[in-house]
Ligand binder design. Structure first.
Ligand SMILES: [Zn+2]
Ligand SMILES: [Zn+2]
Length: 284
């Protein structure tokens, strides 16, 4: 099927060179060209380092961001991305990265948000008064290929914040300086999660871009709008011993970005039954 986006342009609202990550999948998969607006301060929608808090949920923020880009350029389609880092939502104690990518299409009047969850992130922080004590930390977070942010620990001086640190000499200097400004004599050192400073995150953004493009390649069987794909799951996978429904996912629900049409399929991984230990009847 021919892409409805062939030869068209969409704006990507980014200050952190995310266009480099999403340009290719959108161009190859859809024939859609990405344009970066020249003057756009997406920091009004919050920053990673927390100097400006983010208004609303992640979904609301990225849609707002995409629309800012569309307003700035007059284009009717826009893309925006955000990442969320912290304890992995399923594995818990391991750090995880959830990447969100929104596609706003005013021409066809829909918004599509795709997500990608991965435990492959270097999200971490530590404290130190010298580079000598944090060699393991630096190795684990992939420094200097991955950037760092340093500030004085427990200091009100929010201006004393250094982002995008990418070499040992600068890091040592900034740690020593930050430590002298901290009431505890320590520098707070954290991974810089901005896309252009973080190759692991770049990989995750590329993945979510491919997923979004795949959905935009898939038309709704009923109304033919692009964006058909997985929209939810239904629990109730039968127990292997007694057949009673369990809390495990039984079916995957596919839906349209706009119309109400849905189709339900068995789990993509082919699992037909749940283990007895998952069953409330056999194993209450
Ligand atoms: Zn539809
Ligand atoms: Zn059972």
């Amino acid at each position: 099927m021919k892409s409805p986006y062939q030869g068209l342009k969409a704006v990507i609202a980014t200050k952190h060179q995310k266009e480099k990550l999403v340009q290719r999948p959108f161009a190859r998969g859809l024939g859609l060209e990405m344009v970066v607006p020249e003057h756009l301060d997406t920091d009004v929608l919050g920053t990673f380092t927390g100097e400006i808090p983010r208004p609303g949920t992640m979904d609301e923020v990225i849609v707002k961001k995409a629309k800012m880009g569309m307003e700035a350029t007059g284009l009717s389609m826009g893309v925006a991305s955000e990442g969320s880092f912290g304890p992995h939502p399923y594995i818990g104690f391991i750090a995880g990265d959830i990447e969100f990518l929104a596609f706003v299409d005013n021409e066809r009047d829909f918004v599509l948000i795709e997500r990608y969850i991965t435990p492959k992130t270097n999200f971490a922080h530590t404290e130190a008064n010298s580079i000598e004590t944090i060699h393991d930390f630096l190795k684990n977070v992939g420094f200097p290929q991955h950037g760092l942010i340093v500030k004085p620990k427990q200091s009100e001086l929010s201006t004393e914040l250094y982002k995008g640190i990418g070499d040992y000499q600068a890091l040592q200097k900034i740690i020593l300086h930050s430590a002298t400004l901290s009431p505890e004599g320590l520098a707070h050192i954290e991974t810089d999660m901005r896309a252009h400073m973080n190759p692991l995150r770049q990989r995750a953004i590329r993945k979510v871009a491919f997923r979004l493009v795949r959905r935009l390649q898939t038309p709704c069987p009923l109304c033919q709008l692009p964006g058909w794909g997985l929209v939810g799951t239904e629990k109730g996978l039968p127990c292997e011993s007694c057949g009673a429904p369990t809390e495990m996912v039984n079916q995957e629900v596919f839906g349209c970005v706009k119309c109400e049409y849905k189709e339900t399929y068995p789990r993509a991984d082919g699992l037909k039954t749940a283990k007895t230990c998952q069953c409330q009847c056999c194993n209450p």
